[in-house]
Design a protein around this ligand. Structure first.
Ligand code: ADP
Ligand code: MG
Length: 387
């Protein structure tokens, strides 16, 4: 007998007598049975109902079983649902193909009642175990996020106090030039790094815990100009030219300005950080009917193709021999990606090692309304950045 609560199974078959027989057998075995006459209908039912297992016929007109299976396995919402294929007796090739495509098991027609119950029961048992494990992992992950958030938050205030006193010591010249002053300057630098890490961790956790965006009609150019102002000093220190081409027409986007500012700050600071002295960083905007693309181009180190997919991961930093001194948390691009996703935008990178990188951020003129976003938040304490 199936587990409680009752499991829902979907029978997919173009042949009416087959469907009817399977439905009776499954209902007698204690399951709920839903029915689809073809592949399209099957996917519709799967997307709008909680189905625990699919009994899938392979040969069907229109969308066949392979296509249903492939669609399911490529859909993150459906790929965990076990599929038992039903095939004509002896049709080994089809069965093998289905198993390769991710089917859990198979049954030959005409369906044998005992085998049906045994295989369905075993598949469901495996699925329930897996569901339980996934749930536990999700809970653990939530606990970890909560822990990181709490610790970061608790560290924020003492750190601000340390920073305040260090500044006081330096500004009021309470400590004269010499070794002690050097030590304090070093404390200041390291405290600043720790502050950046905490700020990034809190930002990311806010974005990921799903508070809403503060969307408003925002002119893009002033955001870019603010970013340039924020990092002009850093560029000048390395004799890097910032080459900004303002958009030809005024671009007004419905976005969360402080978040998008954060995206620009991160990309510009990276471009400057990972470009050797005397290089150039270009900023431009390309306008399309429904979207604007912000382009941040540098003549810097570039990113090896094999690690490119990882640069948006939390804490990931490219290992380089020559830039040991470059400070960073490895969280900047994770934040950038999360914010761009929240706005329904897209980010692309073109890069050649030794020549430079271009980060293209495309944002729709009108972002999806905040409450449609699964994860988003306002960042009241975040506008400037020293990344
Ligand atoms: N413009 C760029 N040029 C070269 N490498 C870059 C660039 N932007 C980011 N990277 C690489 O991607 C990594 C992740 O970036 P990010 O998340 O902003 O972290 P970080 O705090 O290290 O700057 C960086 O450590 C760097 O190795
Ligand atoms: Mg960075």
């Amino acid at each position: 007998m199936p587990d409680k609560p009752q499991d829902s199974l979907l029978i997919v078959d173009d042949n009416e007598p087959n469907r009817a027989l399977l439905a009776v057998l499954l209902e007698r075995a204690g399951y709920k049975a839903a029915i689809a006459k073809n592949g399209i209908e099957a996917l519709e039912i799967l997307r709008s109902n909680d189905i625990d297992l699919v009994l899938l016929d392979i040969m069907m007109p229109g969308m066949n079983g392979y296509e249903v299976l492939e669609t399911m396995k490529n859909d993150p919402d459906l790929h965990h649902i076990p599929v038992v294929v039903t095939s004509a007796i002896g049709d080994m090739d089809s069965v093998v193909k289905c198993i390769e495509l991710g089917a859990e098991d198979y049954l030959y027609k005409p369906i044998n009642r005992v085998l049906l119950e045994a295989r369905v029961g075993a598949c469901l048992e495996k699925k329930h175990l897996m569901d339980k494990e996934i749930k536990q992992l999700e809970e653990l992950n939530q606990m970890k996020d909560h822990f990181v958030r709490t610790v970061s938050h608790e560290m924020k205030n003492p750190l601000a106090l340390i920073m305040g006193y260090v500044e006081l010591l330096l500004e009021d010249e309470m400590v004269p030039e010499g070794e002690a002053r050097e030590f304090i300057i070093s404390i200041q630098r390291h405290t600043q790094q720790m502050g950046n890490l905490i700020r990034d961790l809190l930002d990311l956790s806010r974005i990921e815990t799903g508070m809403s965006l503060d969307l408003e009609a925002t002119k893009l150019a002033p955001l870019i100009e603010t970013s340039i102002d924020n990092f002009k000093f850093l560029a000048e220190k390395k004799s890097i030219t910032i080459d900004y081409t303002p958009p030809e027409t005024e671009v007004v986007l419905t976005i969360d300005p402080s978040r998008v500012q954060q995206v620009l700050d991160n990309l510009l600071s990276n471009a400057i950080k990972y470009t050797p002295a005397k290089g150039t960083v270009g900023l431009s905007v390309e306008v399309a009917p429904e979207r604007a693309t912000i382009r941040v181009k540098d003549t810097g180190l570039g990113i090896p193709q094999e690690v490119l997919p990882r640069i948006f991961d939390r804490f990931y930093r490219v290992q380089r021999d020559d830039d040991d001194a470059t400070e960073g948390t490895g969280l900047g691009l994770a934040i950038v990606k999360a914010v761009v996703d929240q706005h329904g935008g897209d980010i692309q990178v073109e890069t050649v090692v030794g020549q430079g990188s271009t980060f293209n951020v495309t944002l729709p003129y009108r972002s999806p309304p905040s409450d449609e976003n699964v994860s988003s938040t306002a960042l009241p304490d975040k506008a400037n950045s020293t990344r």
